[in-house]
Design a protein around this ligand. Structure first.
Ligand code: SF4
Ligand code: SF4
Length: 377
């Protein structure tokens, strides 16, 4: 049997080595472009030869610095990301030539105005419906991004550059999709904490083929070992996590679920299935295909956002879920308001938990998740 633990260890090491790899890339002449949202079309950035990096912070450390310019009652993701930029303590932000934002929620779009003082910030005007007219607007915004990057980075993006990067990114989505599908097995072959580790590893893979190969290797090994009878995770209540983007500081919620009788079988959030379950249509002209795919991401900033409800319903069936946990970051109004519709649509136990990046509610989360899972029994 393949040693699964050594693959996870390699992934953990890669997480901490991410900043060094970015510095080495800069030393070799590569440009770094910062992104804050799943709506950012990575393919366009990669078509310039630059490396897109995710800057959304999930650390509580820079929040106090962020609050020097931003209101306290704002989403921790925004305050933390801005705090990192303000204090120049995020190695990824440090190396960015330009950062890309989108007009998703109010807090983020206003924060970008301040961020532009620290680093050139290109804001894409995101239409907030899936209507046909919106696709034309979004296509124009993607083309405007391409022109800005060409000017800023001194390159020309050709159609074949774009097609190549669309194909590569689709391959990445397929590899992650195959990996996610493992957790449709019952009992699941891996824990939610391990699922999250692979999601985090994917974020710092920077398009590296070797990193993708490691995910393929892990998927193959987990499936083969499972077929040979290995059961790494005991049968437990199967939980889908949805809601705001997750990360390091929110592992407290995952722990609360998994230490109280649950196993997380899917993360619907950004950083998980939501931005990856649909591919870019490689038979269509690149900008049209990118606009259609990216506008279809079911974030709560879309109104209406029935696609998220449909996706959740499908995931509940595919992953044989027993319950859904909706993570709401404090002051995230769009995801918070949407909890009503999610609860109404889902036919299985559902709980929404409002939290932030601090660890002061760890015990309270444990009690709530324990009661939620106990209720399913
Ligand atoms: S939740 Fe919405 S705003 Fe936040 S990263 Fe995802 S798509 Fe962007
Ligand atoms: S979690 Fe909500 S409030 Fe925070 S950046 Fe994302 S959409 Fe905006």
């Amino acid at each position: 049997m393949t040693d699964i633990e050594s693959i996870f260890e390699t992934m953990r090491n890669a997480l901490s080595a991410g900043p060094v790899r970015i510095k080495e890339a800069v030393d070799e002449g590569r440009k770094i472009v910062g992104c804050y949202c799943a709506y950012t079309p990575y393919e366009v950035i990669r078509a310039t030869g630059a490396i897109p990096v995710t800057l959304c912070s999930t650390s509580d450390k820079p929040i106090a610095a962020g609050e020097e310019h931003l209101p306290r009652n704002l989403c921790p993701l925004i305050k933390s990301s801005y705090g990192f930029a303000l204090t120049d303590t995020c190695p990824y932000f440090h190396f960015c030539s330009i950062v890309i934002g989108e007009t998703t929620c109010d807090g983020k779009k206003k924060m970008y105005e301040l961020l532009n003082r620290l680093r050139p910030t290109h804001v894409m005007q995101l239409p907030q419906t899936y209507a046909t007219e919106s696709i034309a607007l979004w296509k124009a915004e993607i083309e405007r991004l391409a022109r800005r990057l060409e000017t800023e980075l001194g390159v020309t993006i050709t159609e074949s550059d774009l097609k190549r990067e669309i194909s590569k990114r689709n391959t990445e989505r397929r590899v992650m999709g195959d990996f996610y599908a493992l957790s449709t097995l019952n009992p699941a072959p891996l824990s939610g904490l391990e699922l999250n580790l692979v999601n985090e590893f994917f974020k710092v893979s920077f398009g590296d083929e070797k990193a993708l190969e490691l995910v393929r290797e892990l998927t193959k090994a987990l499936r083969e070992n499972y077929e040979e009878g290995e059961r790494r995770v005991a049968p437990r209540k199967r939980i889908i996590v949805t809601g705001c983007p997750t990360g390091k500081s929110l592992e407290k919620v995952f722990n609360a679920i998994e230490e109280n009788g649950g196993t997380i079988v899917a993360f619907e959030n950004c950083g998980g299935i939501k931005p990856n379950y649909e591919l870019v249509d490689e038979t269509r002209p690149p900008y049209d295909a990118l606009a259609e795919k990216y506008l279809g991401i079911p974030c709560s900033c879309m109104s209406p956002n029935n696609k998220r409800l449909d996706l959740l319903e499908k995931l509940v069936a595919d992953y044989h879920a027993d319950g859904v946990v909706d993570i709401i970051l404090q002051a995230c109004h769009t995801y918070n308001v949407e909890t009503f519709l999610v609860r109404e649509r889902l036919k299985i136990p559902y709980i929404a938990v409002e939290t932030d990046y601090y660890q002061s509610d760890v015990e309270q989360l444990s009690t709530r998740m324990g009661a939620f899972i106990e209720m399913m029994n």
